[in-house]
Design a protein around this ligand. Structure first.
Ligand code: COA
Length: 408
């Protein structure tokens, strides 16, 4: 029985900041962002966007053509949770009118809980092949203003339906795992921004990669040359290149640097223009690879390395199915990415500094350009979500109005 990805979709906010503007305001050579860390543009969520709205927007697309009554499990992977108790999956379950006979949970382990969600989903479908699992990975990567992590910020969501009738990719059951207690990146409950030791994080990422690959080899006897392409967790796009060269050196792969680049480069494109999206980042990399029109990926083997700070890693493999391109909506995705509104520096600061009331007072968010769902406000400590009628997006004028107004 083949089990894997039946549908996959992605959502990013309709606003972003060109890193040329950030470089100018931080008095940094743009080449450091563009070449040194490999970033050009970062997604910035508007005040009426959060992980639920982004997740619901991605999930709505992933559910197109899927019978909702087949979905018995919804797993929401995030490290930007909106509640300590209630799962974000329940809000999405309601927004998408999914059937009530469904289990809905949220998972956390930094950027790699989406991959654990995937592996739990594979096990669920292996046990109950008629059931499908909806996985949502949604995050807002937020670092301090003027911190080293600031240019790697981003936001977005990926949703996938996992089933015994995959149309995009079959995923193998074997996984190489690694866990170690380290403090490279974390976010205490009282902070809105992550704390990160970026250089240390790169070191422990590489160490986790080596251990996961070794464990994967022990489980499968796989060789580096068994894979045609690789997708890595991408806190910034250059990390994918660094990780791939590291693994190739470790394995004495004997490929030219051009051949190695060709194995990893197609997965980096979306990260360069959206930034980090934590749990969604690896799977945005997969979509970046799949959407590449120059490659016919049918029957190609893809190696995945998922990394979550703290830390846990997972290495696993998948094989692309013939006909995958027909189920991707690549041109709609390209149009969405192209049409995003470019924020001024002042608008970026105003979005960044916006926060919801902490005292539960009733509050309405101003309307911005969004997808099909938006955060309408807060009432009695409860987030209120609403569906947006098609074509009802706000104009750039409301961004300017917010930029002029003091943060809440
Ligand atoms: N032109 C071209 N390249 C330049 C440059 C310039 N003018 N200036 C610097 N660079 C290069 C550096 O040589 C370096 O390349 P290298 O990695 O190959 O050595 C790269 O740009 C980054 O420069 P560095 O001085 O190391 O940057 P930094 O101190 O600002 O930190 C990160 C970079 C990535 C560590 C930082 O952005 C960060 O912490 N990001 C968050 C990472 C994260 O979230 N990790 C946790 C999850 S995995």
């Amino acid at each position: 029985m083949k089990i894997g990805i039946e549908t996959i979709s992605m959502y990013v906010p309709r606003y972003g900041l060109d890193l040329r503007i950030l470089a100018e305001h931080r008095d940094v050579d743009y080449n450091k962002y563009h070449q040194g860390i490999g970033q050009e543009f970062m997604s910035v969520p508007s005040p009426d966007e959060d992980v639920v709205t982004m997740g619901a927007n991605a999930a709505q697309q992933a559910m197109a053509g899927v019978d909702p009554t087949d979905v018995r499990t919804v797993i929401f992977a995030t490290e930007s949770g909106i509640d300590q108790s209630k799962a974000a999956a329940i809000y999405v379950h309601k927004l998408l009118s999914l059937p009530e006979n469904c289990r809905t949970v949220e998972m956390k382990q930094a950027c790699c809980s989406s991959s654990s969600a995937l592996h739990f989903a594979l096990a669920t479908v292996a046990l109950k092949p008629k059931e499908k699992v909806l996985i949502i990975a949604s995050d807002i990567a937020r670092y301090g203003l003027e911190s080293a992590g600031e240019p790697t910020q981003g936001a977005g969501a990926v949703a996938m339906v996992i089933s015994a009738s995959p149309r995009i990719m079959e995923i193998g059951p074997e996984v190489g795992y690694f866990t170690e207690d380290v403090m490279d990146f974390w976010r205490p409950n009282y902070k809105n921004e992550a704390l990160v030791d970026g250089k240390y994080s790169i070191k422990v990422y590489m160490n986790a990669l080596e251990h996961c690959w070794k464990h994967y080899q022990e489980e499968t006897h796989a060789r580096f040359e068994d894979f045609d392409h690789f997708c890595y967790h991408l806190p910034f796009s250059r990390m994918g290149t660094k990780a791939h060269l590291h693994l190739a050196r470790h394995e004495k792969a004997g490929l030219s640097s051009k051949e190695l680049q060709a194995q990893v480069d197609p997965s980096l494109g979306y990260n360069r223009i959206t930034g980090n999206a934590y749990t969604a980042s690896l799977y945005m990399g997969l979509l970046s690879l799949l959407d590449n029109n120059d490659l016919n990926l049918a029957h190609k083997n893809i190696g995945f390395f998922s990394y979550g700070s703290g830390c846990m890693g997972a290495f696993f493999g998948g094989s692309v199915l013939p006909g995958y391109r027909e189920h991707l909506n690549s041109s709609e995705r390209a149009a969405w990415l192209r049409d995003r509104h470019h924020l001024t520096y002042e608008e970026y600061l105003s979005f960044y500094n916006h926060s919801l009331p902490q005292n539960g007072h009733n509050y309405r968010t101003s309307r911005h350009r969004s997808g099909a769902f938006r955060l309408a406000g807060v009432e009695s400590h409860q987030r209120i979500y609403e569906c947006v009628p098609a074509g009802a997006g706000a104009s750039a004028e409301s961004v300017k109005a917010l930029a002029a107004a003091p943060a809440v």
